[in-house]
Write a protein that binds this ligand. Structure first.
Ligand code: 5AD
Ligand code: FES
Length: 398
């Protein structure tokens, strides 16, 4: 069943520029929800106001907030998040061209369809030329950021990746490069930064050590992953962390740990999306993450980091046909259309039923353009650096 509840919750965040069509997306059924009063409403409202004022709460306060979320609280979060998004970014939504260049992975994360022990996974690698073709096509479509994402594939040595990075920067000097390559040594990260990579995404997956160990095989280290995020920041990358919502074993306390971590790390980007089971993983029978909780977390993260770049993810679009629109109305301001060649898309299956695996890049961009327009937003043709980032850099140079 399609859950439309949160769309009603976020009705008031639609602007005068929104089309009637977007408004029609709100389900009538949600009127019921509107009338449901929040028993402990005052304290939750006060917590949200405190979060808005201080851009942070204590772990206990996050637990209280997350435990007390109801329709009213979610509406308030979305409203406040939208005010902040607009203050810093207007109605602009940034696009990142996602190039999934290898489906090989040496890791064995229990949730992921690309895990090494999944013998059913279809593996592929893109050559340098194929990657450059994706960039060329993306550039013509107005993309000014390319996200090179892949499993942890030892085939792509530093030498190969430095060469690819340098060539993209030379051929497309007006573009930013974002790397999303999982865990790499500090030396490797430094070499790639030196070669011109601007940003690095590494979802921390969970800021709770016990939970981390439940999601990952022995041999992967929680401390190592967290340390890499701090290292990336030190090396001058714009950094992104993130986590799945509703991953197996995730408690409210785990989510509170995630929020405290985001608050402490202050990344430039935060990527969150619902966990979605993959049929060939040990988590195949686990339930998927909750849409409303994901949307509320997007709002909370916007309140913690008003200037962050926050994607409305493909996973969100996979669990709900209007997921990406809802994500933006909840506080997100980035979408990541796929630029990978259509022939390989179905082979990059992190989770079941992933959307946009049959469409050409141009189609995806066009589709997202329309989707954003219908909720009163526009797609920006620019690198989409974080608001205030240039200032931050200038201050560092002083
Ligand atoms: N459901 C949702 N997201 C997933 N990811 C990996 N597997 C899944 C899944 N089953 C996310 C992880 C990873 C990112 C690339 O995709 O958070 O960091
Ligand atoms: Fe890919 Fe809609 S975004 S088809």
């Amino acid at each position: 069943m399609i859950k439309e509840a949160s769309f009603f919750d976020q009705k008031s965040s639609l602007t005068d520029t929104s089309s009637l069509r977007a408004k029609r997306l709100f389900s009538l059924a949600d009127h019921q929800k509107h009338h449901k009063r929040n028993q402990g409403g005052r304290p939750i409202k006060e917590l949200i106001e405190k979060l808005e004022r201080n851009h942070g709460l204590s772990k206990e306060e996050y637990i209280r907030l997350l435990s007390g979320l109801d329709g009213e609280a979610r509406t308030l979060l979305a409203e406040k998040a939208t005010v902040l998004r607009k203050r810093h970014y207007g109605n602009d939504i940034y696009i990142r061209g996602l190039i999934e260049f290898t489906s090989f992975c040496k890791n064995d994360c229990l949730y992921c369809g690309l895990r090494a022990s999944n013998k059913n996974a279809q593996r592929y690698r893109l050559s340098k030329e194929e990657i450059l073709d994706c960039c060329q096509q993306g550039h013509e479509l107005g993309f000014r950021t390319f996200v090179l994402q892949g499993g942890e594939d030892p085939h792509y040595t530093d030498e190969i990746l430095v060469d690819i990075t340098k060539t993209i920067k030379k051929d497309f000097p007006d573009c930013a490069i974002t790397l999303s390559l999982g865990e790499r040594s500090r030396e490797s990260l430094a070499a790639l930064r030196e070669a011109g990579a601007d940003r690095y995404l590494l979802r921390h997956e969970t800021a709770n050590k016990k939970h981390y160990e439940l999601l990952h095989p022995k041999g992967m280290s929680f401390e190592k992953r967290m340390q890499q995020l701090w290292d990336m920041k030190e090396l001058g990358y714009q950094i992104g962390c993130g986590f799945m919502v509703g991953s197996p074993g995730q408690s409210t306390e785990c989510l509170a740990d995630d929020l405290v971590f985001v608050q402490r790390l202050k990344p430039h980007m935060v990527g969150i999306g619902p966990f979605i089971p993959h049929k060939d993983t040990p988590f195949r029978a686990e339930p998927q993450g909750d849409l409303d909780l994901t949307l509320a977390l997007l709002g909370i993260i916007r309140l913690i980091l008003p200037q962050a770049l926050i994607p409305s993810t493909t996973a969100l679009g996979t669990i709900d046909p209007w997921g990406r629109e809802k994500g933006v109305l909840a506080g997100a301001n980035v979408v990541m259309p796929n630029l990978s060649p259509v022939g390989v898309r179905k082979k990059y299956m992190l989770y079941d039923n992933k959307i946009c695996t049959g469409e050409e890049a141009a189609e995806c961009k066009h589709c997202l353009h329309g989707r954003m327009q219908r909720i009163g937003c526009g797609i920006a043709v620019s690198r989409g650096d974080p608001a205030g980032y240039r200032l931050e850099e200038a201050a560092l140079a002083d």
